[in-house]
Ligand binder design. Structure first.
Ligand SMILES: [Zn+2]
Length: 337
């Protein structure tokens, strides 16, 4: 079992927990028990988890070191809407490819009702524009040039994708059913890739403010791997088109690119659902920023000077190299020095 800390490092430096109480609402990390009023160096009365663990889990000094973000709630919502726009593109292309997989492989068309490309394209444009509008750099806001470039690239990609989807909605009258289906499955992909490149810049920039996003190793979606997968899908469909031109009509080789294309597209669409989860995390942390350690804890109780001295001694004994400024809260309270 790991050692229970008696000192935690907040954004303002280390702070001793001894003699302090939790003065704000704080849930126990293990059981959710309300720890407000508990001793900061004590244990959860319900499950026994040391309170310092719950405190450490609820503060985020790294996010507090960043300059405050104006309109954080709006920006968080915009990030989520942007992820939704990308997910609609990826999901509609994937569902179409699955539905028409026999047509892609050269079998007779199944005679489904036509795929609702126009409403889907309209949804993508609406979500994408709302997302862009919420995140776009505004006058008076200190934004880096990078995020401005990223959000513009995102919008360009989304509009390209929606344009390709709307074109597919018109149907490719001049093409056979198989070629038309392949074109509908491949044309939205370049815009999707461009949109993802832009979205990545915004996601990484805003993700610095979310501890869950920064620290998640498993459920955090890496966009470069999505781009590789989109490249594989596009290559598979282009290979299928080439095979149609040079091969025999009743060749069964077409099954191979179809299998590769569908598998890679499945990876792409699952990755987009993870992106949605990641955007949801970041939105949550932007809407409810983590509290600062100093705001969570009461001053050291002045009625117990012994514990105050003990706190200082404990600090000095454990972390002799910490800067003295970290003890400012203690010094305010008639420090023994
Ligand atoms: Zn508990």
């Amino acid at each position: 079992m790991s050692k229970i800390p008696t000192t935690l490092a907040g954004v303002d430096g280390p702070m001793s927990l001894i003699g302090r109480q939790v003065k704000q609402s704080l849930d126990c990390l293990a059981c959710g028990y309300e720890l407000e009023g508990s001793a900061a160096d004590g244990r959860c009365p319900e499950c026994g988890l040391p309170v310092p663990f719950s405190l450490a889990g609820s503060i985020d000094p790294e996010a507090h070191r960043l300059p405050p973000l104006e309109n954080a709630v709006l920006v968080g919502r915009g990030l989520l809407l942007g992820a939704c726009a990308l997910t609609v593109v990826a999901s509609s292309v994937f569902v179409l490819s699955i539905r028409e997989s026999f047509t892609l492989a050269g079998r007779p068309t199944a005679g489904w009702p036509s795929w609702p490309w126009w409403p889907l394209a309209a949804a993508v444009v609406g979500l994408g524009l709302l997302g862009w509008w919420s995140i776009r750099p505004q006058k008076g806001r200190q934004d880096s040039l990078g995020s401005c470039w990223s959000i513009t690239t995102f919008l360009v990609g989304i509009l390209l994708s929606a344009g390709a989807m709307a074109t597919a909605g018109g149907g490719f009258q001049w093409a056979s059913g198989q070629v038309a289906t392949i074109l509908a499955a491949v044309l939205p992909l370049p815009g999707l890739a461009i949109g993802l490149v832009g979205f990545r810049g915004v996601l990484l920039e805003l993700g610095r403010r979310s501890r869950q996003f920064r620290s998640s190793a498993v459920r955090r979606q890496r966009i470069p791997s999505l781009l590789v997968a989109i490249g594989i899908v596009a290559a598979a469909w282009v290979a299928l088109l080439i095979l149609l031109e040079v091969g025999e009509r009743d060749s069964t080789y077409g099954v191979i690119p179809v299998a590769i294309g569908l598998t890679a597209m499945l990876f792409v669409v699952v990755g987009h659902w993870y992106l949605l989860v990641n955007a949801w995390w970041i939105r949550g942390d932007l809407c409810r920023p983590p509290q600062k350690l100093g705001a969570l804890l009461s001053e050291v109780a002045s009625s117990s000077p012994d514990s105050l001295i003990a706190a200082n001694l404990a600090d000095l004994g454990k972390q002799p190299s910490e800067p003295v400024s970290g003890h400012s809260v203690l010094e305010d309270q008639s420090s023994p020095e």
